[in-house]
Structure formats: structure tokens, C-alpha cells
Design a binder for this molecule. Structure first.
Ligand code: NAP
Length: 243
């Protein structure tokens, strides 16, 4: 889900390279068709907007067209630097990254829970932006925390309900060179999307519950976690030039 560009597209290519049969979804039909034409392992496509009420039904159609599912990969997401706190941007981010995310993840979770004989993976991309509140991108940072927290909740729920056949993965990349950050701001330590996709698929194959990409960002977030709140809120962390 969210296969038409950036990390999602590279994960599709990596999975295809490893021999997976892949079904792809997003809102841009022309791009979905182009990808299918380029990748013989892509055997089905579906127009899905995760903010639409009919998105769950469309996802189940896609899964049916695939003949089942081993891995659901959720890459759909939007985000803005929004120090002006424009409400439209904040609400759109919450619609896609929190509400749309929940709509799709719960759909797949219900699908998998009804098939205990079959191991199924749910992998989602949160971000290192989930670590601490980021004043430059409030809705983005908060929704990424939501995604990450939700995955932890589902992991515990799987234990409570003995759903050991459902494997969950919370993927936390640092800055990745994709259209999401091509907004004219300066993003340091940018990662190559192809390498990120390889790390992600490796992490899923190794059944890692949390996958932070890459090692420099693992160090960075470990440092961030040590900073007390009173100090954190005073730090000028932003990718926009300060006046
Ligand atoms: N790039 C980074 O630095 C970075 C860092 C950490 C985490 N992430 C996260 O990684 C994920 C992928 O981002 P990216 O960097 O690869 O950005 P991207 O290239 O802009 O890709 C975003 C994808 O989300 C899809 N999408 C957006 N709104 C959607 C909707 N309403 N319904 C269905 N699909 C939708 C887009 O497809 P359509 O337009 O075709 O719908 C596109 O395929 C996001 O969750 C992002 O927050 C990115």
C-alpha cells in the first residue's frame, strides 16, 4: 500500500527481485500500470485511497486477486514541515497517516486472524519522527508516534489472544531521498531508498519487530531519548532555515 513511489516502490522492487509475487496499490492508476508493466512479479494492482470508506473492501478484493497474502506492507503516508500550523495540512496528515493507517491495518489484522493456519506479516513504516515531538512537523510527528504505538498495542493483543501466526513489524527510517522530502528544505543524512528497501526486507525476513534504518539513526534516536523534556522543547530542531 503506497507502492507508487519512494520507499514503497523500492520495497516492491526488492520483493520482486527476491521472487515474491506482489500486489500493489495507491491512488495513481497510471503509475500503478507502469510499475506492473516493468515488473513481471507484480501480478495485481488496485486503486486504493486509504482515506476512503471503501478502502477496506478494495484491499480485500486485491488480496482475493492475489489468492491470499503473506505480507501486508503499508507505506502510504504524507507529511509537511508546518511551522505555520496550517490546519488543512495537519488534518490531511492525520486523515492519511492515522485514520487511513488504522482503517487498513485493522482490515488486514481481521483477515489474518481468521486464518490461524497461515503465518502472515504486517509491516508498516512509522519514522524516527516518532521518537520525540517535533515542533516543525506536529501532525507528522504525532501520527508517526500513533503508528508506532498502535503496532506495539497490536503486538500485545496478539499475545493476549494467542495469535502467534501474525508477525508485526514497525519500520523506522531516518531521512530517505524520496518525493516526500523533496520540498526545498535541507534534510541531512539522506538515505538511498534502494538500500533502505533492502534493509527493510532483510529485517522482515529476520522477523524483527522494530527496524530502525540505518545505524546512524539508531545512534541518533538513542541520544534523543536521553534528552529530558524541559531541554528537548528548547532545542531548535528543524530542517527549515531559521530567521
Ligand atoms: N522519506 C523519508 O524521509 C521518510 C522517513 C521516515 C518515514 N517515511 C515514511 O515512509 C512512508 C513512505 O514515504 P516515502 O518517503 O516513500 O514518500 P512518497 O514517495 O511520497 O510515497 C508515499 C506513498 O504514499 C502513497 N499515498 C499517499 N497518500 C495516500 C492515500 N491517501 N492512499 C493511498 N496511498 C497514499 C503515495 O501513493 P499515491 O500518491 O499513488 O496514492 C505514495 O506511493 C511514509 O509513511 C513516510 O511518512 C519517510
Amino acid at each position: 500500500m503506497g507502492a507508487t513511489s519512494g520507499i514503497g516502490l523500492e520495497v516492491v522492487r526488492e520483493l520482486a527481485r527476491q521472487g515474491w509475487l506482489v500486489g500493489i496499490a495507491g491512488r495513481r492508476d497510471d503509475v500503478l500500470r507502469q510499475i506492473q508493466a516493468q515488473e513481471p512479479q507484480v501480478i495485481a494492482t488496485r486503486h486504493i485511497d486509504v482515506t476512503d470508506d471503501d478502502a477496506p473492501a478494495r484491499l480485500l478484493q486485491l488480496i482475493d486477486a492475489m489468492g491470499g497474502i503473506d505480507l501486508y506492507f503499508h507505506s502510504s503516508g504524507i507529511g509537511y514541515q508546518n511551522t505555520a500550523l496550517e490546519i488543512d495540512k495537519e488534518l490531511a496528515t492525520i486523515e492519511t497517516n492515522a485514520l487511513g493507517f488504522t482503517r487498513m491495518i485493522d482490515t488486514v489484522f481481521h483477515y489474518l486472524e481468521q486464518r490461524p493456519e497461515h503465518e502472515g506479516h504486517i509491516a508498516v513504516i512509522s519514522s524516527i519522527a516518532r521518537t520525540k515531538g517535533l515542533g516543525a512537523a506536529p501532525a507528522y510527528s504525532a501520527t508517526k508516534r500513533f503508528v508506532s504505538h498502535y503496532m506495539e498495542c497490536l503486538s500485545q493483543l496478539c499475545h493476549i489472544r494467542h495469535l502467534s501466526h501474525i508477525r508485526l513489524h514497525d519500520i523506522r527510517p531516518g531521512f530517505v531521498r524520496t518525493p516526500l522530502i523533496a520540498d526545498g528544505n535541507h534534510y541531512p543524512l539522506q538515505l538511498d531508498p534502494r538500500r533502505v528497501a533492502r534493509s527493510i526486507v532483510r529485517g522482515i525476513n529476520r522477523r524483527r519487530a522494530v527496524i530502525t534504518v540505518d545505524w546512524r539513526y539508531r545512534l541518533l534516536v538513542a541520544g534523543w531519548r536521553l534528552i529530558p523534556r524541559w531541554l528537548w522543547v528548547r532545542l531548535p530542531i528543524s530542517t527549515q532555515p531559521t530567521k
